[in-house]
Design a protein around this ligand. Structure first.
Ligand code: HSE
Length: 436
């Protein structure tokens, strides 16, 4: 039987997960294959077996190029992460006509254009299922299962850390800092949680999904993103009073002439399936003209779920090698020559309903002034709530739900409101998605 060899670069959490799953499940995997799949080498400077993942010393090497330059290795699995050496490893692997599997969302969302071109030039497979939503097979679903469909929109809970924090804030009344600490203790959030809580990680993933879904090339740098640092328990309460949940969503919409691609905390109806996605779980809600609404749900991170997605790509690639069908499914779903540049709508031009939370002095005339400023900009108010009463010039939270309005006018109105003497502190705005 033919042998397909793969090598793993990076024996960290995901790398050791891939090796562990492959070794533990090898018999079952082999039953599905008409060739032998073999792990030939693992490259990592540390050159040590991980606890619970024992491998022969003979397959360990400190040098990634022992894999990239090995003529017997067919598939290079890049799991070092980052945007510098990982990029060199992948490009050099393609130059050696090796197929690549990676989980590297930061790299693909910024340098995907260049990397996919190199893959095409070499007629090589590039698998990246694990780069979005961990084990959730969203890349394969978009590229293969929905190959006959037209995707209209995607709404995704794509960052488990943020979803965990928001869940703890709602369910256990933790404040943001406590919930973040809890996420860090559980190992979901890094010591420096910026990438997760500021929406950057979700924007990386959204750039990849938007490109695939709409046959274009969206760079992470073109995506508007906001994180969850400013959300308070009070916002959760106000949202709940109006039957909404607050979730950090990656949103992509095809508007025909242009697309929307943005990440921000969003109020969504409490009874929408995405509202029931709790803790560190991810979920991607896709709407297409044929498939209608569809929800993909699962573990978006972690050693073994991510390893499962990586191993699925390795097997997929190996099957294409033995059937001589590399390229039958284009790496980006669309043929390179048919990818189109699409304009991303600037955030200020996007129309939506808004939640505005202000801290204002509790005195007569304040609400009239605010509604006057909003009215001048053509912004119509749906509801207003004030919680509590205050004396001696102290602030009270005032929340306004608007009807649909363009963000530009809303921001201009808020600037004026913010400069009024009754406005204490910076207003918070959150976008509402009623018709997901
Ligand atoms: N840090 C990410 C998350 C997982 O919290 O979802 C890796 O993409």
């Amino acid at each position: 039987m033919r042998m397909i060899n793969f090598g793993v670069i990076g024996f960290g959490t995901v790398g050791s997960g891939v090796v562990k799953l492959f070794l533990e499940n090898q018999k079952e995997i082999q039953k599905r294959l008409n060739f032998n799949l073999n792990l030939k080498k693992i490259a990592d400077p540390i050159m040590k077996s991980k606890e619970g993942v024992e491998v022969p010393q003979s397959i360990l090497t400190p040098d990634a190029y022992d894999i990239i330059n090995d003529p017997e290795i067919d598939i290079v699995v890049e799991l070092v992460g980052g945007k510098t050496i990982a990029k060199n490893f992948i490009i050099d692997a393609f130059k050696n006509k090796k197929h690549v599997v990676t989980a590297n969302k930061a790299l693909l969302s910024e340098f995907g254009y260049e990397i996919f071109i190199e893959a095409s030039k070499a007629n090589c497979f590039l698998g990246f299922e694990a780069s979005v939503g961990g084990v959730i097979p969203v890349i394969r679903t978009i590229k293969e299962s929905l190959a006959g469909d037209k995707i209209e929109s995607i709404y995704g809970i794509m960052n488990g850390t943020c979803n965990y924090i928001l869940t703890k804030m709602v369910e256990e009344r933790k404040d943001f800092k406590e919930a973040l600490l809890d996420a860090q203790k559980k190992g979901y959030a890094e010591a420096d949680p910026t990438l997760d809580i500021d929406g950057i990680d979700a924007a990386h993933k959204l750039a990849i999904l938007t490109s695939l879904a709409f046959g274009t090339n969206v760079n992470f740098k073109d995506i508007y993103y906001e994180g969850i640092r400013d959300i308070t328990n009070l916002d959760m309460d106000f949202a709940a009073d109006f039957d909404y949940t607050i979730k950090l969503l990656g949103i992509a919409k095809d508007n025909g002439d242009c697309i929307e691609a943005k990440v921000h905390p969003t109020l969504i109806p409490k009874d929408h399936p995405l509202s029931s996605v709790r803790l560190e779980y991810n979920a991607i809600f896709v709407k297409g003209i044929g498939c209608g609404p569809m929800l993909l749900y699962g573990k978006g991170a972690g050693m073994m779920p991510t390893a499962s997605a990586v191993l699925g790509d390795i097997i997929d690639c190996a099957r294409h090698i033995v059937t001589n069908s590399i390229g039958a499914i284009p790496n980006r779903g669309y043929l390179d020559s048919n990818l189109q540049d699409k304009q991303i709508r600037f955030i200020n031009e996007i129309v939506s309903k808004f939640y505005i939370r202000l801290m204002v002095v509790d005195r007569p005339g304040v609400l009239a002034s605010i509604s006057g400023i909003l009215g001048k900009k053509g912004i119509s108010i749906e509801s207003v709530v004030q919680k509590g009463r205050a004396e001696n010039g102290e602030g009270v939270p005032l929340v306004i739900f608007t009807h649909e309005t363009r963000e530009k006018e809303l921001r201009e109105a808020l600037k004026e409101i913010e400069s009024a003497d009754y406005c204490l502190g910076k207003p918070l705005i959150l976008r509402i998605e009623d018709n997901i």
